[in-house]
Design a protein around this ligand. Sequence first.
Ligand code: PHE
Length: 464
Amino acid sequence: MSSTTTLSARASAGTAPAPALWSSRLAFILAAAGSAVGLGNIWKFPYITGENGGGAFVLVYLVCIAVIGIPIMMAEVMLGRRGRHSPINSMREVARQEGVSSNWKVIGWLATLAAFLILSFYSVIAGWTIPYIFHAVQGDLAGVDADQAGQMFGNLLASPVELTLWHTLFMALAVLVSVGGVRHGLERAVTWLMPALLVLLIMLVGYGMTTTHFGAAVDFLFKPDFSSLTAEAVLVALGHAFFTLSLASGSMMAYGAYLPKGVSIARTSLTVAVMDTGVALMAGLAIFPIVFANGLEPGAGPGLIFNTLPVAFGQMPGGSFFATLFFVLLLFAAWTSSLSMLESVVKWLEEHGIKRAKSAVFGGIAAWMVGLTTVLSLNVWSGFTPLDAFERFEGKTLFDLYDFLTANVMMPIVALLTAVFVGWVMKKASSQEELGAGTGHRLWLFVLRYLTPVGVLVLFLYNL
Ligand code: PHE
């Protein structure tokens, strides 16, 4: 990992008590990467890429990560480090330091609400990985074809009872760890999780190369065809940049609150973003060869990886073993992400005098209850599309709406407000104190002042 080399170089330069710096910076990178890498990379990125036509969408997504995502991540980590509280109270604290209205804490409120809503459906989707672990262990995936894989997934979605069971189990798992405080255990888990996940993805990409459709997948992902790019696709790409980097949800602010002074926010943010993007692209390269080789539909929606990966595992030697490992890792990746969503809520409750354990249980139960509506929207309520009156939301189930409203409406708004606050309201000297003065800082400020607000506003207008 590049961070390691940078760190050892720094440590040997002997500027500060090196070991402390080392572990803190690494600890933050691991926690932040654990938050960022999750279902967004492996489950969501491939299916929205499929739905939005491939290459051009991927390119826009990469531009959004680089130009808007990374600067916003820096801004959020910085706000967290200056505020040293939950996102809501960090915003209040920073506003106080800056001598401006405490109403800016609305950024924290909206972000926390987004995290809460995301957690509610994220837990349902993460739950899907559990029955697949069992399928893999029992050898059910051996030799399955695309039809059988589709049927297996269909059966799962059709059962509210089963979905509720896995949703409950997953949420319990998240709450359990959150009770102990995210910083314990998380570090160690993520240290092996990331490399293991990467090895498995490389294997899957290797498998993809053995199919005759690898070239088609590469073309699909990296050959942009701008004629197929819609305004909505651009908004989805932007929303996904926030979602996948855990921005605009308080998570990065909450983790930034634990970041020691003196650690480079720019470099750590860049490291996390690069890791996150790498995992997403690998997932795409793993999945699309299977999609094309089996004549599946790239735009098949949220079930995409569950309809495709079992086919690949079913055919490769040692498939049951690797499938088990893969779904376990996916579960872990989702779990470290869900912890960071809970963190914004739990920390805020704690600041109101509620004990950590109680806060975690309370936050978890509340999100679990909202999650039940997602469970039902996958079967019993699949015809319930309450916002049909608006063209934009036509045909969207409750789950579709939660997903769309969080990633494509709330998150861009939070990011816009954050950009305005940091770019225009906060004193330049304050952000310089955190990030250092110089060309980098000027460029960053320019992006937050002009590019992010204008970009988000133009996209909203186009999508009205
Ligand atoms: N970044 C996570 C993922 O890609 C999702 C997430 C969103 C986590 C918001 C925290 C906050 O799976």
